[in-house]
Design a protein around this ligand. Structure first.
Ligand code: GUN
Length: 282
């Protein structure tokens, strides 16, 4: 039976550490600040943003949510970001994705000052990650790396298979595993023999967004399985990409959904905001 990797507990440790460091900064007269830009009425995005604000409050980070209607123009959205770029009390800026139809995600990402880009979505930060010389890592892949380190799971020399090639998760995840000296395969919707490739993985990361996509026949006995999915199953219950009941008995370690990768994402956002604040304050 696989060890369940307790993301909730590991995230709580990271948050406690951030809280301590924020308190230290506070004593020096500086409060880190995060602005979260939320456009439109997507219920999931509203939930994510509320959780981010709550996590900031618990850690002592100042936060504000800048809500805009879905009818906002690209120019108004970019102007808001530029105003936040200039504000000395704001260290980090996050624009919650996805944006409503008609708004250009890359245009707004390009408008964020790279030193306030706590999502690490700006091309300058993406380039830093490619080279391996970075201040910020995207929160989800960074959280997964933290889980692997915490569990003392060796990446070097092992075959890591990432399913999904998004700019937010798949691509940066693959690059981070490569920096850790893993041998990395990226699979996607056009991949041939996907189950066969997955079965070769020592570390399998799934970020496809399809319930029960990863079945037992796709997992090598003794593999580490990281599930980034946030889906609803046929009964409407929250579930990941991995058929947990099937895979748990054969994997060496597995992240549950909920309580695996998800809590780490917010913890890493707090960490990135603290990093940004330190750089602005020194
Ligand atoms: N939507 C889903 N994940 C993310 C994330 O990590 N950052 C932002 N800004 N939007 C998201």
């Amino acid at each position: 039976m696989a060890k369940r990797i307790d993301g909730k507990a590991i995230a709580a440790q990271v948050r406690a550490q951030v809280k301590n460091e924020v308190a230290q900064m506070e004593e020096e007269g500086y409060t880190p600040g995060l602005a979260v830009v939320l456009v439109g009425n997507d219920p999931a995005s509203h939930t994510y943003v509320r959780n981010k604000k709550k996590a900031c409050e618990e850690t002592g980070i100042y936060s504000e949510i800048c809500e805009l209607p879905e009818t906002v123009s690209q120019q108004e959205l970019n102007s808001l970001v530029q105003e936040l770029n200039r504000r000395p009390d704001i260290d980090g800026i996050l624009v919650q994705m996805p944006l409503p139809q008609g708004l250009d995600e890359s245009a707004v990402i390009n408008a964020i000052a790279p030193d306030k880009d706590v999502d690490a979505f700006h091309p300058v930060n993406v380039g830093h990650i490619m080279i391996g010389d970075f201040d910020f890592l995207p929160c989800t892949p960074a959280g997964i790396l933290e889980l692997l380190h915490h569990e003392q799971i060796e990446v070097a020399g092992r075959h890591c298979v990432v399913i999904g090639r998004s700019n937010i998760v798949g691509k940066p995840m693959a690059m981070l595993l490569l920096h850790e000296n893993g041998t990395v395969t990226i699979c996607h919707s056009k991949t041939q023999n996907l189950p066969e490739l997955c079965r070769q993985a020592d570390i399998l990361v799934s970020a496809v967004g399809k319930a029960k996509f990863v079945t037992a026949d796709m997992v090598k006995p003794g593999a580490v399985v990281i599930d980034v999915g946030m889906n609803r199953d046929e009964n409407g219950a929250l579930c990941g990409d991995v058929d947990f009941a099937q895979v748990e008995p054969i994997a060496a370690a597995i992240t549950p959904v909920p309580g695996g990768v998800g809590p780490m994402t917010i913890a890493m956002l707090l960490k990135n905001t603290l990093t940004a604040a330190r750089r602005h304050n020194r």
